[in-house]
Design a protein around this ligand. Sequence first.
Ligand code: PEP
Length: 253
Amino acid sequence: MRLPLVAGNWKMHKDHREAVDLVRELDGLLAGLEGVEVAVCPPFTALSDVARTLKESRSRIVLGAQGGYRAPEGAYTGEISPRMLKALEVHYVIVGHSERREIIGEGDQLVAAKARAVLEEGMVPILCVGETLEEREEGKAESKVRGQLESALAAWSSDEASALVIAYEPIWAIGTGKTATPEDAQEMNSFIRGWLAERFGQDTASGVRILYGGSVKPDNAAELMAMPDVDGALVGGASLKAADFAAIARFRE
Ligand code: PEP
């Protein structure tokens, strides 16, 4: 059985004080929740304060980050290393998010190097893959996702891959209010699991959590996560409101 993971990607929202307020409120709303892992990925400037807040309140919320460079340290002005994230007890790191690929221009090679760097520091990458609307309409969604998986995971062994989390995030559904249907999400997540089985074997594939992301809200979370290959959600906009995010995490109730 795969433990569902509901992860909040706060993107470039919340300064360190607002972040602490949000995580405190969320922690209160999640009291007593069992059987779902909840993670938050605040911006870099808030990680330290959020980490301290989670520790002080003995929260079960897991800390994630939104990225990190590919090297442990060095002359990379403006970058943050996975080692620095690890020192803050970050557990998950989002890699290959479409906003990084499309807006910042990160290519497949850099995504692959970053995913490896996260793994090598003993953290877990949440590897994002997904197609544009045009690619979907042209019937190229699966080939796009396959290409992203092949390049990001080319150097991974089966053992390494078993720790991975993948998030299928169709670009046309991110921040647009357009959600993939549960059937669309299931179809792609099952395709991803099939690819993992071919590449790493069935045992590894069965253990990898594959999330869906793209306009997940309290009113669509349950039907998406009821799908057999949708093992949780990566949530952007709705993770900025404690009540909405908590309602998503409580999708079974
Ligand atoms: C995201 O950015 O990972 C995301 C899924 O955003 P939203 O939930 O706002 O569509």
